[in-house]
Write a new protein. Structure first.
Length: 393
């Protein structure tokens, strides 16, 4: 066998082993190496080994289809880096940085002990090794971070496989991180050109691997938005026509429309904020506020009683719910965030009581009118001798 053939075998076996180590897939490693050796032997044998050579080629084809599907033959693999550089350098940075950090750290501690024992001249040495410890720690941390990024990237690729559109939620689940964390991860990988044409949609719901697929997504979203806008316009015109027939003044109509905006905001906030207990409070708030504006629609004369509600209470409610949502999106909830969220929940309880009292007060005049009507009715009945006491007499 010639030296070139041996070089060929060496290169092919090295590539096969590298692939298996990189992707963590050793299932066909032994068969692959055997195929490489058989191919080379059959080539050296010449025509006499033709039958075996054909069989080996067939086996190799099966291996390439089975082992490399989605990496070499799939068009999707041309859209991302299958083996990003930097793994070896990151390992070296992490290992040597960690070793030097430990060594310099020990020296720093020794000098620190000497300084604390009264050895003031050792102060310069302590500062020197403190600086070296920090400088050694930097590449150790950077190497560790880069290795973590590479590890997550390989896990992303296992989920992606042949797909052009991948929900970021699936990628987040595969690494056990939040949507926000995973999105930042993907944007960083795109910036590092591990994904050649990838985009994250503006809602941060999907990773789209190609420019063409992204343009199709934008076109479909534009069509959907246009249809939604058209449907909303039709509904608005229908609502406008209905309002023109309701006999309300323009001022009262504007007040009701503004109130409906606040009701929608409470409902949408409830949809986005998790937690059954807080959701029940927002359900109650939405119901009570909606009833208030139902009363205004039926009795426009009470609209003047809602000045404080429209100028202060509902805007404050909107601000509190927006702040709660912002805090709820934070990946780590510290003591300050938890305390603030608890205070907002208590404020919602207080607002619910206030809204219920306001709703009750809107019926005060009507209750008084009804009471007056009943009193007059009793008087007339008594005068006509139709009350029960009159019959007894």
């Amino acid at each position: 066998m010639s030296e070139n053939n041996w070089d060929n075998i060496g290169r092919q076996i090295k590539d096969t082993v590298d692939d298996a180590i990189y992707y963590g897939d050793f299932t066909n490693l032994s068969r692959s190496i055997g195929n490489i050796i058989n191919d080379t032997i059959d080539t050296v044998r010449g025509p006499a080994g033709g039958r075996h050579q054909g069989q080996s080629a067939q086996q190799r084809s099966v291996y390439q289809t089975d082992q490399n599907a989605g990496r070499r033959t799939s068009p999707v693999t041309s859209l991302y880096e299958t083996r990003p550089r930097g793994r070896v350098s990151s390992i070296l940075m992490c290992v040597f940085g960690s070793i030097l950090t430990v060594v310099f750290g020990i020296c720093f501690i020794v000098f620190l002990i000497v300084v604390l024992s009264g050895g003031v001249p050792a102060l310069a040495g302590m500062i020197f090794f403190a600086v070296l410890t920090v400088l050694a720690l930097v590449p150790a941390v950077r190497g560790r971070v880069r290795l973590g990024l590479l590890s997550r990237y390989r896990r992303y690729l296992r989920v992606i496989q042949h797909s052009l559109n991948i929900p970021i939620r699936e990628l987040a689940n595969c690494i056990g991180k939040s949507l926000e964390y995973t999105t930042r991860d993907l944007l960083k990988m795109i910036e590092m050109h591990w994904f050649f044409q990838a985009h994250v949609d503006e809602d941060q719901h999907y990773l789209i691997l190609s420019d063409e697929a992204y343009q199709s997504y934008l076109s479909a979203k534009s069509d959907y938005t246009a249809r939604e806008r058209q449907a909303a316009e039709v509904q608005r015109q229908a609502d406008e026509a209905k309002r023109k027939d309701d006999g309300l003044s323009p001022e009262c109509r504007r007040l009701i429309e503004k109130g409906e905006e606040y009701i929608r905001h409470i409902h949408e906030s409830n949809e986005r904020i998790p937690g059954a207990e807080f959701s029940a409070k927002l359900d109650q708030m939405e119901h009570v506020v909606a009833r208030i504006f139902d009363v205004v629609r039926a009795h426009p004369e009470v609209a003047s009683d809602l000045d404080k509600l429209m100028s202060y209470y509902l805007p404050t409610t909107k601000k509190l719910l927006d702040t709660y949502q912002e805090m709820d999106r934070q990946p780590v909830a510290g003591e300050n965030i938890s305390s603030a969220k608890h205070e907002i929940e208590e404020a919602v309880d207080t607002l619910n009581v206030a809204f219920e009292k306001l709703l009750d007060s809107l019926f005060e005049d009507k209750a008084w009118d009804i009471s007056s009507d009943i009193s007059v009715l009793h008087t007339v009945l008594a005068q006509d001798g139709l009350k029960e006491d009159a019959f007894k007499k």
